[in-house]
Ligand binder design. Sequence first.
Ligand code: AHR
Length: 533
Amino acid sequence: MFFEEINHAGAGGIWAELVSNRGFEAGGLHTPSNIDPWSIIGDDASIFVATDRTSCFSRNIIALRMEVLCDECPAGGVGIYNPGFWGMNIEDGKTYNLVMYVKSAEAADLTVSLASSDGLQKLASVTVPVAGTSNWTKVEQKLIAKGTNRTSRLQITSNKKGVVWFDQVSLMPSDTFKGHGFRTELISMLLDLKPRFLRFPGGCFVEGEWLRNAFRWRESIGPWEERPGHFGDVWHYWTDDGLGYYEFLQLSEDLGAAPIWVFNNGISHNDEVSTAAIAPFVKDVLDSLEFARGSANSTWGSVRAAMGHPEPFPVKYVAIGNEDCGKKYYLGNYLKFYNAIRESYPDIQMISNCDGSSKPLDHPADLYDFHVYTDSKTLFNMKGTFDKTSRTGPKAFVSEYAVWRTDAGRGSLLGSLAEAAFLTGLEKNSDIVQMASYAPLFVNDNDQTWNPDAIVFNSWQQYGTPSYWMQKFFRESSGAMIHPITISSSYSGSLAASAITWQDSRNSFLKVKDCELRVGHREPHDLCVRASG
Ligand code: AHR
C-alpha cells in the first residue's frame, strides 16, 4: 500500500483532526497574514482580528490576536470560526476533545461551540473562563454533540470588550482508530486489503516543488503544538503535520504492514543539493532511522519513547528519493545515502529510483522503484513488462501503478481490468517483482487534484473505486502457481466458445492461470484467465 499526502489524503483525510490551520501558520511567517480557513463572526465595528508573533511556541511563533471592539456586542457575541476541511462531521452523542492555548490581560468568558455552517444550529456549546494574565494558558474541554451535522464549524466567541490571543486550536473526535488519531472507517477500508507494507509519505510530496517545501521528518515529530507545519507545494495545500513521521510509523504498525520510509535525498522538482554538500542530509536520515529503530536510551529513540512508543518501529526498507533518477546529483547523493545506511543498518533494504526492468542498474541497490500511469490498453499490454528482466540483481518494487487520464475518469471497470491484467504479469514474475502498490490511495471528494484513486471520501462517507475492489480480489486470491496451457481453434474469424479446446498440464480447467490463445493461423495472443480455488 502506498500512502501519499495528496488530495487531502492525510490532512482532512485519515488524520482525524477537525481544525485546519490550527496554529495560524499557514499564511506564512510575515504578519499580517492570511488566516484561511479561519474567518470572523462580526463586523469591522465589533471585532478586529490579526496575526502577530507572540506565540509561546518558538518553532511556530504566529498567534492570532482577537480584539473585541463592541461595548454591547450582538447576541451570541463576536469571534472566530474554523470550518475545518470543507465542514466538520459532528455526530450526535459523540465526544470531541478541544485543546487550545489562550492569553488575555483581563478575565473573560469565551463561548466555544460546534455549530452548523451558518452558525445558526448549535450542536454543542461550553463556556470557557479565561483568567486575566500575561501568560498563555492551555485549555482542554470536552464537547458532546446533541445532533448531527456533516458540515459543521468550530466557533469561539466573546461578548466582552478586550483582547484575547489564540494559538494551537485542536478539535479531535474521541473515537479514533486505536486512539491513535486515525479515522476509523477509512482505516477499516485499508485493513480489508491486508497490506503487507506501507510506503509513505509520498510521492512528490517527499520532494516538493522546492526543497524548502519538502517533507521534513524532524519538523513533524514531538508534541503536535510544536510542529510548524508546512505548505506542500506540489499538491498545493498546507498541512499542520499532525500526521507526521511518528504517526506514519504508528499507522504501519496498526495496519500490520512493514514501513517503507521514502526520504528526501536533497532533490526537489526544481532544486538540488550537490553531492559535495549532501552530508547534513545523510546525517538527518540516519537520525530518522535512529528515531524509528534506536533503543529508548538513544538520542532519537528517546524522543520516540517520549511520544509513547518505547519499542522500536521495525523499518527494514527505505527509498532514496522519489522519481529522481537521472537528475544531476541523484547518483552521487544516492551513493552517499546508500553507503552510510549500509554501514549503520546492514539489514535495511534500499530502493533506488532508477528502473532496472529493461537493463541492469549501474549502482548497488536491493530494489528499484517502478512507476506507471497510462491508459488501459497500454497497461493491459504491459503485463509482460518483467518477462525478460534479468533474474539476478535487485528486485522490482512497482510502488505506483494505475490507469489514469484518458479512459480512467474517477475510476472505471475498464481501468481496473487493465490493472488486473498488469498484476497477473507481476504475479507471474513474482520471483523478481517483490512488492506492488496502486496509487494514489485516497482522494477527498473536495480536492480532486489527482484522479482516479482507490478510495473516495468526504467528511463522513467513503467508497472504493473499481481499482480498490480489484486489489481486494487479488488480495483474496493471490496467484501462487502458473499452469501452462494451450488453447487452440480451427475456427478463423470471430471467436466462438464452442470452437475452442482447452487443456492445461493437468487437464484441470479450474486451475487455468496463464495461457496462450491461438485462433486459426493468426499470431498467438495472450489470454490471462484467473480462476478461484
Ligand atoms: O501518485 C501521484 C504521483 O505520481 C506521485 O506523487 C509521484 O510519485 C508520481 O509521479
